[in-house]
Structure formats: structure tokens, C-alpha cells
Design a binder for this molecule. Structure first.
Ligand SMILES: Cc1cc2nc3c(=O)[nH]c(=O)nc-3n(C[C@H](O)[C@H](O)[C@H](O)COP(=O)(O)O)c2cc1C
Length: 338
């Protein structure tokens, strides 16, 4: 079975990618994911706030009159211990990239187009095959306009694109007035990949303790419907590669995303729930399904159930994916036959 896949110009052995999660916090963790078969690994995110904190610490050390940064560290052991994030991240990235034979993608999480974004260059130097930019932004100020929120994404992307030559993917939110136009704008601004979608951790309220509590739930397959529909719509309409993230539990979920048009399918919750070894179950199941359906290569099935670019948009606007597919007379009246 030929599962080989192109993702933003990276040649992957298969389309299954380990999405950013705590499973990639150690080199052993990354190795375990790769041994289980994934085609690429996205490391957990390094946050803008961590980089800004480190920059502020560096500035404090310079202000203190130290001759060199390395020497000055010994003067401020507490400050260094406080936030060793960025340098530890680069060290992990370098060791992980050297330890495995699949692309390791670094993840930067930020919302302002500041100097922190230049850190992407250090990530590339440390061996990142690509950068995934997670714009984790919840515009809490009700006065911020939608256009400003969108522009923020473009500005951060452009700043990172200027810093690196490796591909840059943007992991975006589903909460735009016009998600499709946002995708097109990111595409125009040079995004090499779009990762659909960011899954925000939404706090809960505990009525017993009368307190706001963090809710870090794992996903369920039903949540895949929204990103899958957008992938089906965007396929063929953007130059950027499309990565699916959210709701993969079993092999059928991987197949669904590929049929909708995803170039790669990412998974985090399932690997956290069942262990990194679950990647092999997903891949074996995908191959078994492909064989049963008469496919010999993943390229034969990718996008079979995407919405053709020629489809009348008005049919889609009111009735959605199903009516658009009916209009295109695709995939509704029985199984695909090779
Ligand atoms: C515990 C946990 C930690 C995560 N950490 C990150 C992160 O550091 N950066 C990021 O971009 N996404 C992070 N994610 C989001 C996942 O990469 C993924 O996009 C999301 O969980 C949806 O995919 P899933 O349904 O396969 O879990 C995290 C998810 C979980 C559950």
C-alpha cells in the first residue's frame, strides 16, 4: 500500500501526523511516536509569553552590567530556573530531529507580530523541518473588530515567513465570520499549510465549589465534522496544504478526513487516550480499509469527497456540504468504485 504523502513540500511516508501535545515533550516521546509509524511529529508549542519573558530576563542581565550572558547566568540562578523554556525547547528540537528519520515540526504559539517571532529562525537552525504557527487568540475585548483579529493572523504569519525558509503552517480557529476568506488571505500571505482547527480549552464552572475550573477534555469524533467540512470546501481553492486536526479516534476518522481532502491527518487526543502505539492501529486500519475499497495509493482517494471548485456557492451557503455534494453529484449514491 502506498501511503506516501507530500505535506508542504515535505515527503512523508504516510499522512498521519502526531499533533502538538505533551507526548512530544521528550526525545523518547518523539521516538515512540515515530516507532509507532507516524509520518511526522509536531512538537508541543513554545509560547510567545515564554519568549518575551526570556527576552526580559536577558535585558535585566544586560542592565546589571554582566560581560557575557553565559557568565551572567551564574549571578541569577533563580531567574534562569524560572523559565528555561526557550533554550530547553531548542535543545529538545535539535536532539529529536537528529534521533528520528521523519520531519519534526516546531510549534510557535503567539498573537502579536513582535520580535519573538524571529525565534522561528532558531527553530529552523535547530532542525525544524517546518514551523507550525498557532495563533491562539480569544479576542476578549468586545471592541476589537473582526478585521483587526484577522489582520493579526496575517501580520504574525508574515513576520515568521520573513524569518525562515522552511515551510510555515498556520493552525487557525474556526471562529471567523468568514473562515473561508481567512483561509484565502492566509494562503495569499504565503502560508504553506493550514491546520484546521485549533481546539480551544474552554474553562468550565463548577456549581458546587462556585468556581471557574480548567477543562482540558480530549476530543470526540463528532467534533471532526466542522474541520472536515471546511477541508472539503477549501480543497482545490487554496495553494496551501491542508492538515486536519480534531476528532480522530479510529482508522475510519483518518479515511474520512482524507476523502474530504486533507493532505495530512493529525492526532493528539487518541494518542493520549490509548498511547502512542495507537498510531500503528490507525495506519494498519487505513491500509486495511484502502485494500477493501480497491485503493492502492492514498493519492487515489484524497479529496474524492471534496466540494468541486465548480460547485455553485449559493447551493452550499444555505444547505451546506450535503447539498453541495448533491449538486456535484458526488459520493451520495453509493460507494466509490475504482
Ligand atoms: C493535552 C493537550 C495539549 C496540547 N498542546 C498543544 C500545544 O502545545 N500546541 C498546539 O498547537 N496544540 C496543542 N494541543 C492541541 C492538539 O494538537 C490538537 O490540535 C487538538 O487536541 C485536536 O486534535 P485531537 O482531537 O486529535 O486531540 C494540545 C491538545 C491536548 C489535548
Amino acid at each position: 500500500m502506498d501511503l506516501s504523502t507530500d505535506y508542504m513540500g515535505l515527503a512523508l511516508r504516510n499522512p498521519l501526523v502526531a499533533s502538538a501535545s505533551p507526548l512530544s515533550r521528550t526525545v523518547d516521546g518523539v521516538r515512540r511516536l515515530v516507532d509507532s509509524g507516524v509520518g511526522a511529529v509536531v512538537l508541543f508549542s513554545l509560547f510567545e509569553e515564554q519568549l518575551l519573558r526570556e527576552a526580559a530576563q536577558n535585558a535585566r542581565l544586560v542592565d546589571a552590567g554582566s560581560e557575557s550572558f553565559a557568565e551572567s547566568l551564574s549571578y541569577f540562578p533563580a531567574a534562569v530556573e524560572e523559565d528555561p523554556g526557550p533554550r530547553r525547547y531548542l535543545s529538545l528540537l535539535e536532539r529529536a530531529a537528529a534521533a528520528v528519520d521523519v520531519p519534526v515540526i516546531a510549534s510557535l504559539n503567539g498573537v502579536t507580530p513582535g520580535g519573538w517571532a524571529d525565534y522561528a529562525a532558531a527553530m529552523q537552525a535547530a532542525g525544524a523541518a517546518a514551523i507550525e504557527l498557532n495563533v491562539y487568540y480569544l479576542p476578549g475585548d468586545p471592541h476589537i473588530s473582526g478585521r483587526d483579529v484577522e489582520q493579526r493572523h496575517i501580520d504574525v504569519l508574515m513576520r515568521i515567513k520573513e524569518a525562515v525558509t522552511v515551510p510555515v503552517a498556520v493552525k487557525l480557529s474556526p471562529y471567523f465570520s468568514s473562515t473561508g476568506e481567512m483561509a484565502l488571505r492566509l494562503d495569499d500571505a504565503g502560508a504553506d499549510g493550514l491546520v484546521l482547527f485549533n481546539r480551544f480549552l474552554q474553562p468550565d464552572i463548577d456549581p458546587e465549589t462556585i468556581a471557574v475550573v480548567p477543562a482540558v477534555g480530549l476530543s470526540s469524533p463528532a467534533e471532526a465534522r466542522l474541520p472536515r467540512t471546511w477541508i472539503a470546501l477549501l480543497r482545490g481553492r487554496v495553494r496551501a496544504a491542508l492538515a486536519a486536526t480534531t476528532g480522530v479516534d479510529g482508522p475510519a476518522d483518518v479515511a474520512r478526513y482524507l476523502l474530504a481532502g486533507a493532505d495530512v491527518v493529525m492526532t493528539a487526543s487518541a494518542l493520549l487516550r490509548y498511547g502512542a502505539e495507537h498510531a500503528a492501529v490507525l495506519l494498519d486500519g487505513l491500509s486495511e480499509w484502502m485494500a477493501r475499497k480497491g485503493f492502492t495509493a492514498v493519492d487515489q482517494l484524497r479529496g474524492l469527497l471534496s466540494v468541486p471548485a465548480s460547485t455553485d456557492q449559493s447551493a452550499h451557503e444555505r444547505m451546506g456540504y450535503v447539498s453541495a455534494m448533491r449538486e456535484a453529484n458526488r459520493g451520495l449514491y453509493g460507494p466509490w468504485r475504482p
